[in-house]
Design a protein around this ligand. Structure first.
Ligand code: PEP
Ligand code: MG
Length: 556
């Protein structure tokens, strides 16, 4: 039966594939396809692993028996018996074999897929027996060459990094908002995704054919051949459009009236500089360094490891500037996906610079690594989530201390321009205070909207109230840009607003000349810039900001 599920549109484009249901805790298992020839070897690997564990259990049981007599460990022994039985369970074995033989999954992926299947059965969620193919349409038959899409209840930002190396062409999650970090990473990977689809992971079954419409935020399950053909057409149209846009890759981003606009890239890892350069980004406007810190079981990267990563980004940009933001963990970016922040309001808690200042040794380590990388190219240092003068002064003192420490060790380091993110309304309102201390500002609209409207950016229940066009948000953005321009200080927007083509004309009209966004958004935004005349946009932009209904004016 065909049905659709609605969620938040996250990342443009259409993905069509068979559903793979994965629990968040299992995404870090390697997912790759094996070849026909590798099937026997992979089955052997599975058998050896199983036999190894069974032998190990037998050894433990023998040791227990010898050590204290079996009675003393009766419960433990029974538990080990159960483990042995589970390992030899035919449903498990046959299922795993199916995933390897028919779908060409690697052994680890096959095992977790089958465990997932069994668990769903036990929980009473209907799931087809593997290999029965598809509900819905006779034309669609399952083959190991089919593209796959991932369906999960939740994916953490750390999961998303694993996702980068996986075989999936799109994903759907039950939870999450448009600017949750999971969504942001999806956008940076330029893969179609829908988040906040509520019960999708319960409704969709393993192997269902799924269309993910990342533009509309819709997931269509078991589509009819006609719908499938229609989306196949849309998918090809998208490809043609991308191809067309690539023609402006080397065109300078200059408006009709000759204003040169800086288009920078947001990156999460040093290797993201490659896609950034492929669309001619003129620098990195936001390197979210927290991704180097996540999913490491609390073992944070040391100075050398961080230095190598920052230097790789700097060298990767071949002399173009790189803006390195100090670590912004907390809220929806936990260091460890298994350790959730159980404070009542994590977004208002110890995150970003607040966390850094509470961990001075960690912060100094990061500052030293950034200063060392600055000896290899142009580096800007960016501080997230500042609100208070006392925090600003502490950051400056820490930076001076980091320099001193490097001097004492006689380690080569460079100079950095220092900027602050404006992402708390208090900071936007006190922008003059910030400008006394910083070389440049960068507006983080994702958090600025969250904190101005009191809308948790990750909560799908209030996602409909998350509004970049709320007059209060626009006034804070406009005020910050205007003050920076008046004082001749650099200002950019690095939140999702910068990559939203429906906002480009407005931001240009407000005087913004520097935009930082995911590489995949640079060419669509550049296209808007090439068609814009900032002289004509100025008065209109002020009108939009003063209006009670900016969205209506923007649509005109
Ligand atoms: C922002 O808040 O707009 C921003 C760019 O930072 P992040 O999305 O990483 O919180
Ligand atoms: Mg932010």
């Amino acid at each position: 039966m065909t049905f659709s599920v609605h969620g938040q549109a996250v990342s443009r484009g259409i993905a069509i594939g068979r559903a793979v249901l994965v629990a968040s805790s299992r995404i870090d298992v390697a997912h790759y396809f094996i070849t026909d020839e590798q099937v026997p070897e992979e089955l052997m690997r599975l058998r050896n692993a199983r036999d190894g564990v069974v032998a190990e259990i037998a050894r433990v049981q023998q040791t227990l028996k010898e050590a204290a007599g079996m009675e003393a460990h009766h419960e433990l022994n029974a538990l080990l018996d159960v483990h042995c039985m589970l390992l030899q369970d035919t449903q498990l074995q046959e299922g795993v074999k199916h995933w390897v033989q028919d779908r060409h999954y690697n052994a680890e992926w096959a095992l977790t897929s089958q465990l997932e299947q069994i668990l769903r059965h036990r929980r009473g969620v209907a799931s087809p027996v593997p290999g029965t193919g598809l509900a819905g349409s006779a034309e669609l038959t399952a083959s190991h060459e089919d593209p796959l899409v991932l369906v999960a209840h939740d994916l953490s930002p750390a999961d998303m990094l694993q996702f980068k190396q996986s075989v999936f062409t799109g994903f759907v999650t039950d939870v999450g908002g448009k600017t949750s970090h999971t969504a942001i990473v999806a956008r940076s990977m330029d893969i179609p995704a829908v988040v906040g689809a509520r019960t999708a992971s319960q409704l969709v079954q393993q192997d269902d054919w799924v269309i993910i419409d990342g533009d509309a935020g819709v997931v269509i399950v078991n589509p009819s051949p006609i719908v499938l053909a229609e989306y196949g057409f849309k998918q090809r149209q998208g490809e043609v459009e991308r191809e067309r846009l690539s023609r402006i890759k080397n065109t300078p981003a200059v408006t009709l009236d000759g204003e040169r606009i800086e288009l920078l890239a947001n990156i999460e890892q040093p290797q993201d500089t490659t896609p950034a350069l492929s669309v001619s980004a003129v620098g990195v406007g936001l390197f979210r360094t927290e991704f180097l810190f996540m999913g490491r079981d609390g073992k944070l990267p040391d100075e050398e490891e961080q230095f190598q990563a920052y230097r790789a980004a700097v060298e990767g940009m071949h002399g173009l500037p790189v803006t390195i933001r100090t670590v912004d963990v907390g809220a929806d970016k936990p260091l460890d996906r298994n350790v959730r922040d159980d404070h009542l309001n994590p977004a208002l808690g110890l995150r970003a610079i607040r966390w850094s200042l509470s961990e001075p040794a960690m912060f100094l380590t990061q500052l030293r690594a950034v200063l060392r990388a600055a000896a290899h190219g142009k580096v800007n240092l960016l501080i997230p989530m500042l609100a208070h003068t006392s925090e600003i002064l502490q950051v400056k003192a820490m930076l001076a201390k980091a320099r001193e420490q490097l001097d004492e060790r006689a380690v080569v380091h460079g100079t950095v321009r220092v900027g602050a993110m404006i992402e708390i309304p208090a900071a936007a309102l006190a922008v003059k205070m910030f400008l006394k201390h910083f070389d440049f500002l960068s507006i983080g609209t994702n958090d600025l909207i969250q904190y101005t409207l009191a809308i948790d950016r990750v909560d799908e229940n209030v996602a409909h109230l998350y509004d970049p066009l709320h007059p209060a948000v626009l006034q804070l953005v406009a005020g910050t840009i205007a003050e920076c321009r008046a004082q001749g200080k650099g200002v950019s927007v690095c939140g999702e607003m910068a990559g939203d083509v429906t906002m480009t004309r407005l931001l240009l009209g407000l005087g913004l000349r520097s935009f930082s966004m995911h590489p995949s958004q640079i060419l669509p935004v550049k296209q808007q810039i090439l068609r814009a005349d900032t002289r004509k946009l100025r008065a209109w932009a002020q009108e939009v900001v003063q209006s009670d209904d900016p969205a209506a004016l923007l649509a005109d």
